[in-house]
Design a protein around this ligand. Structure first.
Ligand code: BGC
Length: 744
């Protein structure tokens, strides 16, 4: 085929696809309009209501006892917390009794897996492995959709710089670039090949916006920040989610600069639906419309409904403000009918795209449910993703990996034999069945069948009793090596789980001291939903693995890492402080006029007199059983104009004994600009696998996008000047450096 003919056919194909897409859009728009035309105002308002089922609560339930009747009357558009084909079918059947037979949407917090539970999102973020993260969301969607669910309230894409905030476990950490890529991967994973496929669920980017910046790390608290900070650090992952096609957004509980997000039209109308042209719908957070009363922003639910609908909140989760007042507001002329129509159309469109108008029961298939929830491929993937999420923080004398010939192993600590704890917060438990969860003890037993395995609990997670110490010490003394599993309880992080003290709870650190005093080699596993503080352990114990909460395959994944079947490759997505006094702590800060060049420099100390400004473990940090050498940095140009690009190449060599993966991180600093720029910003990374002795050339492209920033007029611009280029193994461990100039 000639080149010309090929080009012509390609052109023809693209046009045909486009026309097809346009035609499809039209028919969806036509369908939406044809349904809308039939609806009464009451039915329209009904579509904007969402209630929780009564048997699981993820918020304060309103028991109005009349939900089923309301469904039958078409007064409800959606429900959450209804799980399983049996229940969703029953409720959908009630919706089919309503006058217009508009199907219900079933939403659920499928945050890190459904039955097959993956690591908590912060842990997955530590993998820096976008394919793994997408796969995890894909499997979660496959299982949830098979269980009758159409919509997940995920991903949470809130940037968080404060580990006291309990919800850090649900996000991707502190960095907007990493956070944006992960947001995209998760949206893609949940929505699969697109709505309309029965294994795709609608994603929901939440909580819009700036929820992660709550003052003092206290959940639901106020947020006060400059618009430049908002646009530069907090909004990018939301924008990425919208660009990836997220079907829905959820607004947030907090106020932003004095305006509750739920009643904030700058956020929802101007930015999301205006500038970003978002075509999906916005659901309120649980009760957040009514909560504007307690914020002191509106007087009553009537005003709350008025404020929320005006601001662009399309669906009312659980506050009943729309249910009780929306029709009244329209009849009184306070709310134009077109605003309600717009919200209803957005919701109907998604119901049509999901195929629910063609078959409201298409997600209700018992056989599919059974198969999806017991799929060995899902379990295998959960084990792999869990291993990829474990961060090796310390490995003195290369204590890890442990030899598979080790004869006597003591496994000590309050989390060793726990089962459900491994699931972490925001997980979905199968009623009456926890046999699918692999405890850490079971994982060790399976891996080391012929070794002599000893166990002692030592202490509880939060107890102050030291009664179990003696037994634990005696067990340790008999062993060749001791592994200790300690940490938080899984429900010490999550929603409404902020902690002012993020040290290890109870007497666990003392237990570690007692075991360490036996002189036996000790490996500590730390289980948590946030960065914790455990300085003594860091300074004294030879080997530490940060295991977060790894999900249903936790035990197997931990054993894989301990015994070298998986070489750790994860890197911290959040800075770990030395004490709470350093919070908020993040790597991409602005320099002061007196930057802390040395912690002892009296007048150049924008630090503390009693503490370094450096975190205990920095963003991007994480070790491997092998070592990597960075070399041969080359830039294709040292001067570019904004429309040009620089090709950056370097060589990475595995200089150790094990095959392993390294996350090569590229940071930039814009030295001088009309607004000050961070000391470092992650702009690219690659996760590279190398055999021992193997080298690979790595290539990055620096383009205009990577050099742009928001100026003080909120314009996304570049300015000429010098840029530092830094490539390294973490945000502090920079191995290669250069400088280039952007010229006019
Ligand atoms: C949380 C949301 C969640 C919703 C429904 C709220 O309390 O903030 O993230 O999706 O409940 O469970």
């Amino acid at each position: 085929m000639s080149k010309r003919l090929k080009a012509f056919l390609l052109f023809f194909f693209v046009i045909a696809q486009f026309t097809n897409c346009e035609a499809q859009k039209k028919t969806i728009d036509q369908k939406v309009d044809s349904v809308l035309k039939l609806m009464t105002l009451e039915e329209k308002a009904g579509q904007l209501n969402q209630y929780s089922g009564d048997w699981i609560s993820t918020g304060p339930i309103t028991n109005d006892g009349d939900k089923q009747n309301q469904i039958r009357k078409g007064q409800l558009g959606s429900m959450l917390n209804i799980m399983g084909v049996k229940h969703t079918r029953q409720l959908q059947a009630m919706a089919m009794e309503s006058r217009l037979r508009i199907p219900l949407l079933f939403g659920q917090d499928v945050i890190h897996g459904y039955k097959t539970t993956f690591p908590i999102p912060l842990a997955e973020a530590a993998s820096w492995d976008l394919n793994a993260i997408e796969l995890s969301a894909r499997i979660a969607a496959t299982e949830a959709s098979a269980a009758g669910i159409h919509w997940t309230f995920a991903p949470m894409v809130d940037i968080a710089r404060d580990p006291r905030w309990g919800r850090v476990m649900e996000g991707a950490g502190e960095d907007p670039y990493l956070g944006s890529l992960i947001a995209k991967a998760r949206v893609k994973g949940f929505q699969g090949k697109g709505l309309g496929n029965t294994d795709a669920v609608m994603a929901c980017a939440k909580h819009f916006a700036a929820y992660g910046a709550a003052v003092g790390g206290r959940d639901y608290n106020s947020v006060d920040m400059s618009l430049r900070q908002l646009h530069e650090f907090y909004l990018p992952p939301f924008r990425a989610a919208a660009e990836a096609g997220a079907a829905t957004f959820m607004n947030s509980f907090n106020d932003l600069n004095g305006i509750p997000a739920t009643g904030n039209s700058y956020l929802q109308r101007d930015i999301l639906k205006g500038q970003w042209k978002f075509k999906g719908f916005v659901v309120s957070d649980w009760g957040s419309i009514g909560e504007m009363i307690r914020h002191g922003f509106v007087k009553n639910n009537y005003e709350a409904a008025l404020s929320a609908i005006r601001a662009g909140s399309d669906m009312d989760m659980e506050s009943r403000s729309y249910k009780d007042y929306l029709t009244k507001l329209v009849k009184e002329g306070k709310v134009p009918a077109s605003l309600v129509d717009d919200a209803v159309k957005r919701i109907l469109r998604k119901k049509i795209e999901l195929g629910l108008f063609d078959d409201p029961y298409r997600f209700c298939n018992d056989e599919r449910e059974k198969g999806a929830l017991n799929n060995p491929e899902h379990v295998k993937a959960a084990r792999e993703v869990a291993a990829k999420s474990i961060v090796l923080l310390k490995n003195g004398n290369n204590l890890l990996p442990l030899s598979k010939n080790t004869k006597k192993i003591a496994f000590i600590g309050p989390l060793v034999k726990e089962v459900k704890q491994n699931l972490g917060f925001w997980s979905i438990e199968m009623p009456d069945d926890s046999s699918y969860i692999v405890s850490q003890w079971q994982g060790l037993v399976k891996k080391m069948r012929s070794a002599d395995l000893l166990y002692a609990r030592g202490c509880g997670i939060e107890d102050t009793s030291r009664d179990g110490f003696a037994e634990a010490v005696a067990v340790a003394q008999k062993a060749d090596v001791v592994i200790m599993s300690i940490g938080e309880r899984r429900d010490m992080s999550g929603e409404a789980k902020s902690r002012s003290n993020i040290h290890l709870p109870g007497v666990q650190e003392e237990l570690v001291k007692a075991i360490h005093a036996t002189g036996k080699p000790v490996v500590v596993l730390i289980n948590a939903g946030r960065p914790l503080i455990f300085d003594w352990i860091t300074d004294n114990v030879p080997a530490i693995l940060y295991t977060w909460w790894l999900g249903s395959e936790a035990g197997n994944a931990i054993a894989d890492v301990l015994f070298g079947d998986y070489n750790p490759s994860a890197k911290l997505p959040m800075s770990f402080p030395r004490t709470e006094g350093q919070i908020p702590i993040y790597y991409n800060y602005f320099n002061t006029g007196r930057p802390a060049t040395s912690d002892n420099d009296r007048f150049y100390r924008s630090a503390y007199i009693d503490l370094s400004i450096h975190p205990k473990y920095e963003f991007g940090y994480g070790l491997s059983y092998t070592t990597f050498q960075y070399s041969d940095l080359q830039l294709s140009k040292r001067k570019i104009r904004a429309r040009e690009k620089i090709e950056v190449t370097m060589k990475l060599t595995n200089t150790g004994k094990y095959a392993g993966e390294e996350v090569v991180q590229l940071y930039l600093r814009d030295r001088v600009a009309t607004v000050v720029r961070p000391v470092k910003e992650l702009k690219d990374f690659q996760k590279v696998k190398l055999q021992p002795g193997e080298s690979k050339n790595i290539r990055f492209i620096i383009d205009k996008e990577k050099l742009s920033f928001y100026n003080d007029k909120l314009q996304w611009i570049t300015e000429p000047g010098d840029f530092d280029l830094m490539i390294g193994s973490s945000s502090a461990d920079i191995r290669l450096k250069d400088v280039f100039e952007l010229v006019k």
